[in-house]
Design a protein around this ligand. Structure first.
Ligand code: UDP
Ligand code: MG
Length: 314
């Protein structure tokens, strides 16, 4: 039997956390009773610098039952870093860890299937959404676009899998060796290379509160994911540059021929078009190169991704 840790990043989740805690506790007790996991299994809440009463609720939960533990990050570091903090923390205190969102949009009944898959020898088990019926039109389509772009750029991610997954202790230890600061977990986990499998579940709507991933964070997340894994955008710009160069050669020949024939026209339109076109390409290229330079910049600084303020754990 194994000691299970459930890691839950929480940011301003006061509306959902008690309910989540209750449902998971019932599930854990059942799994313990049926001898699927050890009775030392527990839930770890990672409070990601919430501005509401989330941490107070976590402290109360910890007082009520030691199945609930928590770490309080000193400030908001974002979902991915909060998750890394949690996994890093549990890696010495569990045999398997499952990460799940606080809002239980991911069906907790898949946890049992994940544990069964682990028992069959899989080190990493991905929770995959079989449908997104309950997601908003916007969320569904932006998510789809994101996976498509990632695929196009050659980044290996699991389709319709978010951060709901089981990892064995050794998979987590290996994962922690990836020292990059702009960690895109979904892209790194498939690089670990242990035996993996998937379990399917229905994605539910958030049962309370609203998404902590506004458009701004979603775009940041997507840009991070793409630029930390793919250099194709640079190659794409390079190809556009080559095509533009060919075009300009053609236009030089055309201009020279027109000149020799004596058809000297003012040419204002073509000048303006080239000016704008090349101008925009230049700016675009600079933007993309800047994105990569920004990455290098933040990597070389080697700042810690998180800083734990308080620990409730025993
Ligand atoms: N979250 C976090 N830090 C943040 C934003 C979100 O820890 O800065 C947590 C949040 O509490 C939740 C999970 O990340 O447990 C996923 O967030 P959410 O459910 O809002 O995202 P969505 O399901 O809308 O993609
Ligand atoms: Mg959610």
């Amino acid at each position: 039997m194994n000691r299970l840790a459930i890691v839950i990043p929480c940011y301003n989740e006061e509306e959902v956390i008690n309910e989540t805690a209750n449902r998971l506790k019932i599930l854990l007790k059942r799994l313990i009773a049926t001898k699927k996991i050890l009775d030392t299994s527990y839930i770890l809440f990672v409070n990601d610098g919430s501005k509401d009463t989330t941490w107070d609720i976590i402290s109360d939960l910890h007082k009520s039952d030691k199945i609930f533990n928590g770490i309080n990050l000193a400030k908001n570091v974002g979902h991915q870093n909060a998750l890394i903090a949690g996994l890093n923390f549990v890696s010495d205190n569990c045999d398997i860890a499952i990460s799940i969102d606080a809002d239980l949009q991911d069906d907790i009944n898949a946890i049992e299937d994940m544990i069964d898959a682990y028992a069959q020898g899989y080190d990493i088990v991905y929770g995959v959404r079989s449908s997104r019926k309950k997601d908003s039109f916007f969320k569904k389509h932006t998510a789809l676009l994101f996976y498509k772009i990632m695929k196009l750029l050659g980044v290996n991610t699991i389709y319709n899998h978010a951060d709901y997954r089981l990892m064995s202790k050794r998979a987590i230890k290996q994962f922690m060796l990836y020292g990059e600061k702009n960690m895109f977990i979904r892209g790194v986990v498939p690089l670990i290379g242990y035996k993996t499998t998937k379990v399917y579940y229905e994605r539910e709507a958030r049962f309370a509160g609203e998404s902590k991933y506004p458009l701004r964070k979603m775009i940041n997340f997507a840009v991070d994911g793409i630029t930390s894994f793919s250099v194709k955008p640079i190659r794409f710009i390079f190809i556009i540059g080559v095509i533009c160069l060919l075009f300009s050669f053609a236009s030089i020949i055309y201009t020279l021929i027109s000149y020799c024939q004596g058809n000297t026209v003012p040419g204002w339109t073509s000048v303006m078009i080239s000016l704008w076109f090349l101008g925009s390409i230049t700016i675009l290229s600079l933007g993309i190169i800047g994105e990569y330079i920004g990455k290098i910049y933040s990597e070389v600084k080697r700042r810690p991704s998180y800083n734990i303020d308080t620990i409730l754990f025993d």
